[in-house]
Design a protein around this ligand. Structure first.
Ligand code: PLP
Length: 440
């Protein structure tokens, strides 16, 4: 689980063989049904058998699969770009979109785009990156270097580009007694100001962060005031703001982009999971007008390309996903079912001695397990508590996303939930009941 992987075929042989989907359930070759309460890593936001998406993909297969992107564009790619730009946070302006095959590739492309912007703007000395710890930005070398998970980075350390990490806000463990949320938000944002000053403002290219943290910390929204202050600091120093919305984007937190709720826009935004909802492997980078204009006035070309960018089937599938989310008013359901999930979790675990924190937004929630609720001491990582909970829930037919130990192995165990936007009231109740049983 958790962004680890398996070699097919031998090492994968103890995993169930999944053969079909039925609404929000997965079915294996033994006929066992699993309610998907996490969508993999927050991917399957429309469940597993959406008819409209399937039909859109089939129809595109019948028309055109692929044509070289250096020589052609295609209608689904253009329509999806318009859709994404039209719904971008206010302040993005007349943005433009680039397509990639995965969140990691999108993060690589975002970093390269930031560098191109600096060079074409006449500021080639800007190359330094500031990101946060903990965080997860992907598994390719640039994205891995940007991520702030010491354990994941360690084996590859000699291969990684230099990235400077500041702390991400983690109220459960970092907010001081008596400190209000906004003061905490400002204090955490000011770490960025201090880091830019330390590095030399004119050499810093970009600040990279997830608007709502996902895989590394369990779902963690930022405190009030944080993002507005971050935006101000970036502007003051001419540093680009890259928002990694790979997990938080496309409605997961109740708005298309999580940053919409913060009243600011990023200069470069990445998105992936809920873009294709698992029906197609697709990611995108959205560049704000400010970035686009420098490139238009400069070389006029992107310094980045991959063979399968703008793939017609992938973009048609993603466009269909976005249309379903909008036409079926699924963001309303995200908010409604999200509130049900939050109150269900708070009720189920209010007195539990080992559930230290419950946090999230929209349909994106986490419980954090601790050995001692009073001292917040985590469990010994060797016990693998989160993984045991994930396994116990799976045995009861509900898929969750457990992870552990992302601040140098010291902050314990999380179980993340990211149910489908189409979840019913009964399914959310079942998720809470099953998690309660699994935790016990
Ligand atoms: N960024 C974030 C916030 C993610 O959660 C992930 C994957 O979980 C990635 C980037 C990398 O995406 P992918 O696994 O598609 O390469």
């Amino acid at each position: 689980m958790t962004h680890s992987s398996v070699f097919h075929r031998d090492l994968a042989s103890d995993l169930p063989v999944v053969v079909s989907g039925d609404g929000n359930y997965l079915i294996d070759d033994q006929g066992r049904r699993y309610l998907d309460a996490c969508g993999g890593a927050a991917v399957s936001c429309l469940g597993h058998d959406n008819v409209k998406v399937r039909e859109a993909i089939k129809s595109q297969v019948d028309q055109l699969a692929f044509a070289h992107t250096g020589s052609f564009t295609n209608k689904p790619a253009e329509d999806l770009a318009s859709f994404l730009v039209d719904r971008a946070p206010k302040g993005t302006g007349a943005g433009r979109v680039m397509y990639l095959g995965s969140g990691s590739e999108a993060m690589e492309a975002a970093l390269k785009l930031a560098r191109q912007y600096c060079v074409e703007k006449g500021e080639p000395e800007r190359h330094k990156i500031i990101a946060r710890k903990p965080s997860y930005h992907g598994n390719t070398l640039g994205a891995l270097a940007t991520g702030g998970h010491a354990g994941r980075r360690a084996p590859f350390a000699p291969l990684l580009i230099e990235v400077n990490h500041i702390d991400a806000p983690y109220p459960y463990r970092m907010q001081h007694d008596g400190e209000n949320e906004t003061d905490f938000g400002y204090r955490m944002a000011d770490l960025l100001d201090a880091e830019i000053a330390r590095l030399g403002g004119e050499t810093v290219m970009a600040f990279v962060a997830e608007p709502v943290v996902g895989a590394s910390l369990g779902t963690q929204p930022a405190p009030k005031g944080y993002w507005a202050r971050v935006r101000e600091i970036c502007d003051k120093h001419g540093v680009l703001l890259i928002a990694d919305e790979v997990m938080s984007g496309m409605g997961r937190t109740g708005t298309t982009y999580a940053l919409e709720q913060e009243g600011i826009a990023a200069d470069i935004t990445t998105m992936a999971k809920g873009l294709g909802a698992g029906f197609q492997p697709i990611a995108a980078v959205l560049a704000a007008e400010k970035v686009v204009n420098v490139i238009k006035d400069g070389s006029g070309k992107l310094w980045n390309g991959h063979t399968y960018m703008s793939h017609a089937i992938a973009t048609a599938g993603a466009l269909a996903v976005q249309h379903v989310i909008e036409e079926d008013n699924l963001l309303d359901n995200v908010i409604k079912r999200g509130a049900q999930l939050e109150s269900g979790l708070r009720e189920a675990f209010k007195d539990h001695p080992h559930v230290g924190d419950i946090r999230g937004r929209g349909l994106f929630w986490t419980i954090e397990m601790v050995e001692n609720r009073d001292t917040k001491a985590p469990f010994d990582p060797a016990q693998g508590v989160a993984m045991q909970i994930g396994a116990a829930a799976k045995a009861r037919g509900v898929m969750t996303y457990p992870s552990q130990g992302c601040i140098d192995g010291k902050n314990g165990d999380h179980v993340l939930l990211a149910p489908s936007y189409t979840s019913t009231e009964a399914e959310i109740d079942l998720i809470v009941e099953t998690l309660k049983a699994a935790v016990s």
